[in-house]
Design a protein around this ligand. Sequence first.
Ligand SMILES: NC(=O)C1=CN([C@@H]2O[C@H](COP(=O)(O)OP(=O)(O)OC[C@H]3O[C@@H](n4cnc5c(N)ncnc54)[C@H](O)[C@@H]3O)[C@@H](O)[C@H]2O)C=CC1
Length: 400
Amino acid sequence: MRILKSSFAVVERRAEHTVKFFYSHLFWHHPGLRPLFPSSAEDMERQRDRLFAALTHVVSHLEDDSLLPYLQDLGRDHRKYLAAPEHYAAVGASLLAALAATSGDAWTPDVEKAWAEAYRVMADAMAAGAAASQDPPWWDAEVVRHLRYGEDIGVLTLAPHAPLPYRPGQYVSVSSERVPTTWRTYSLANAPRPDHTVDLHVSRIEGGRLSTALVREIQLGEALRLGAPGGRLTLRRTDRPVTFIAAGTGWAPVRAMLEELADHPPDQDVRLFLAARDAAHLYDRPWIDAYAAAFRWLGVTYITPAPGQHRDQATARLATALGNRALWPEQDVYLSGPPVFMEETALLLEELGARPDRLFHDAVPVPAAARGGRPLGFGEWFLHRPAAHWHNPADRSPRT
Ligand SMILES: NC(=O)C1=CN([C@@H]2O[C@H](COP(=O)(O)OP(=O)(O)OC[C@H]3O[C@@H](n4cnc5c(N)ncnc54)[C@H](O)[C@@H]3O)[C@@H](O)[C@H]2O)C=CC1
């Protein structure tokens, strides 16, 4: 393990090069695999990030019991990409070639042996996860209802061809024939229903092809493809008070969890803070108000920016509201929304005394543009704000 970690530290500094080498090697030797990957340069960039995120996750969790289930889930989910056993061998060969090419002199026979063994364990766990799953490799789901709020928000109701097993708060990856080989994750916005339909809340991203298609173009009767549900933003049933903090369509998983709570009403108080860029974007407000009126355990605070202010000002106002609330150490807190919002709010909550082990959110990468730095990608997020040595040369320790 020590060998892998120190070898990975070398490669990580040249992450972009490693990943580019990997895909060039893979597609050169196995051109038949190219169509399984995104065709646009932008999506291929994301794909590179994902690969490195997965590798980073594996190396940083080598001693962790959660690694095996993570890999099994990954394997189960990869069936939607039509990943077959021979692909795992091809990927392994290209990965070793890429690691060797970036490691230079650090690539010794012992290092090579350690990586080959680690990859074998990873691939076996993924294959075992895929083989053990009773679920279909993906779900085709028909659009049976489509609501639009303003220009940029769509709520889609989908009827999957087979029941989709999930827990409220989880998300699925979604793909459409309109934008082939592109997958984006969206939270499921309802607790499971008897008719098995699920809702997705989609906020259109400027220039985002799938979100634009889902909000503005999709027609009733059209099919979307869904991957296996995932994510750990699910209700922990405790007797502690609960606070949900959501922004924008980050509201979706919270709505699903509230529906779950309504089915088994809690004894403790539940408070929802919902931030939106303006009043029109509080698109579910009638539903929330009806819930708050029906259930005494639920209290709601809506937060929007002051008139004429930028959307991010809602986050500053939210910070004030959160600061006025007491007893953070006692609370279970669920957080969902745009990546920068989540990062800022999580830090604030910790300052206010919320306990990190009672703070639940999905791991969402903060896009480079939002940080103002050069593109970094998912890998860094998984390392959880690591030492800045590979993106800020000024911080790099002096070479000896
Ligand atoms: N499980 C999760 O964590 C989920 C996360 N999401 C994410 O939530 C986001 C929703 O997007 P929209 O509805 O378009 O939100 P939006 O862009 O309308 O933003 C809503 C509010 O979030 C805050 N915010 C947004 N960007 C910020 C920034 N850079 N700094 C500080 N505060 C900021 C502001 O208070 C803003 O009013 C997407 O990024 C989506 O991926 C969505 C569903 C579930």
